[in-house]
Structures are given as C-alpha cells and as structure tokens.
Design a protein around this ligand. Structure first.
Ligand code: PGA
Length: 256
C-alpha cells in the first residue's frame, strides 16, 4: 500500500451468495466498522437482485455497493443482461469486470472486458478489472507476459482523465477459492508489473494514483502480509467476505 498516492480498497465479491435479508443484516453489522475505517474504501459487490436492498442498507455509510458484471451496450436486445446505466441508476458505484469465473464460464475475452470497461466508465461507474494467470501459465513462466497483455487490452481506449477511476485486481486463477494464496512476493511482483504497464500508458503520476488489488484466498491470516507489499493496494475478497467478522478483520489488516 502507499497511502500517500492512492486509496486502499477492501472489496468483497459475494459471487452467488447471500439473499436480500442476509445482505441487509451483513451491511447493518458492518456499518460501525465502515464508519471507523477511514484508512480504506469498503466495497461490497453483491448479486444483481440484492443491489436495491444493499444500496438502501448502505445509504449514509462509507460502504459502496458494486456489481459483479455488466453488459457493454447501454440498452438493446440482450436477453438477461444488465447495462452499466441501469447499475448506475440503481446506486451502484463499482463493477467487477472480467472475473476469471466469467472468463471461464461465460466466454469473456480480453476484448469483451475492454468493451465493458469503456461502457462502465462512460456510465460513471468505477471498473474493477480482474486479470490473472492459470497454474499452467505460471509453471511455464509466462505470468507477467499474460497479465501485461490482459491489462493493456482491457485499458485500450481508456483516456488519461479516466484512468484514476479504474482499479485493477490481480487474481491468479489457481488461488481463487482454492485456499492457495500467492505469496506476498508473487503478488507484489505481478502488481508491480501491472503498475509498470499503467505507467507506460499513462505516465508515472497517474500510475501512482491507480489502486491495484490482490484477490485469491485472501483471509484474516494472510491479509496483512499481502497488503504490506508496496504495490498491493487492497483486496478483492470472495469467501472471507461472506462473514462480517472475517471481512472486518481484513479491513483492520489494511490499517497498517
Ligand atoms: P476467494 O475469491 O477469496 O474466495 O478466493 C476471490 C475472488 O474470486 O474474487
């Protein structure tokens, strides 16, 4: 983390968990911690249907509500899809784009990720762009090449005056939901390489201002060490974001 230049962000990715009542209770329990936690931005990326209840429960707190996906068109004949404009209208501030589960299960490519990033920015949302390598790529020593390409493609067409609203999450696929976490050094190395790509595209001043998160089995035991890396500015947290206690502990770990 580097609080001098950029925000620390602790973002929960609930995936397909928690119903509206559970979401409301979670947020009400989290409120006191969120009020106190001035050292970081707290984001909860909830299932689409839980957005209205979550936005209502989080009103007047420092908790921002995010979505887990969006479509890249503002409207049209796209059955089952939700546009960025609709999300913004519902009070959503952040949107996760290109999560590896969506790349795997919904054929999302770097090109569709790029379209969604541009659409999210256009609608006034803050995209959280997910990138990361498979175990095979890591074993073949192409992690940095793959991640650089993912970041570069995702940012194509993003203007200099928009890049501060972008967050990038490094999520090694082999660490998501598996209990295996990248070591702090591995996370730090890839996040540093991501910032270098942003620096090449937007210059040093703007690259310093972009928050880069780590995601993949981040929990109460490993958060402090991961967040101590200079280029790891927060976490995108799945499993450990489903219980208020563990999520609060990670928020606390960001208070170095
Ligand atoms: P995990 O999920 O913390 O359960 O590994 C992270 C994510 O998929 O964003």
């Amino acid at each position: 983390m580097n609080l001098k230049y950029r925000k620390t962000i602790i973002a929960g990715n609930w995936k397909m968990h928690l119903n509206a009542d559970e979401a409301k209770k979670f947020i009400l329990r989290l409120k006191p911690k969120a009020v106190q936690a001035r050292w970081c931005d707290v984001v909860l990326c909830v299932p689409f249907l839980q957005i209205p209840a979550a936005v209502k429960a989080a009103k007047g707190t420092r908790i921002a509500i995010g979505a887990q996906n969006c479509h890249y068109e503002p409207k049209g004949a796209y059955t089952g899809e939700i546009s960025c404009e609709m999300l913004a209208e519902a009070g959503v501030k952040y949107v996760i784009i290109g999560h590896s589960e969506r790349r795997r299960d919904n054929n999302e490519t770097d090109t569709t990720v790029n379209k969604k990033v541009l659409a999210a920015l256009q609608a006034g949302l803050k995209p959280i762009i997910c990138v990361g390598e498979s175990l095979e790529m890591r074993d073949n020593d192409v992690t940095l090449d793959v991640v650089r390409m993912q970041v570069k493609t995702a940012l194509r067409g993003v203007m200099h005056d928009q890049i501060r609203r972008v967050t990038i999450a490094y999520e090694p696929i082999w660490a998501i939901g598996t209990g295996y976490t990248a070591t702090a050094e591995q996370a730090g190395e890839v996040c540093e390489a991501i910032r270098e790509v942003v620096r090449q595209l937007y210059g040093a001043r703007l690259a310093r201002a972009v928050s880069i998160l780590y995601g993949g089995s981040m929990n109460t035991a490993n958060a402090a060490e991961l967040l101590a890396q200079p280029d790891v500015d927060g976490g995108l947290i799945g499993g450990a974001s489903l219980k208020t206690e563990s999520f609060e502990d990670i928020i606390e770990a960001a208070n170095q």
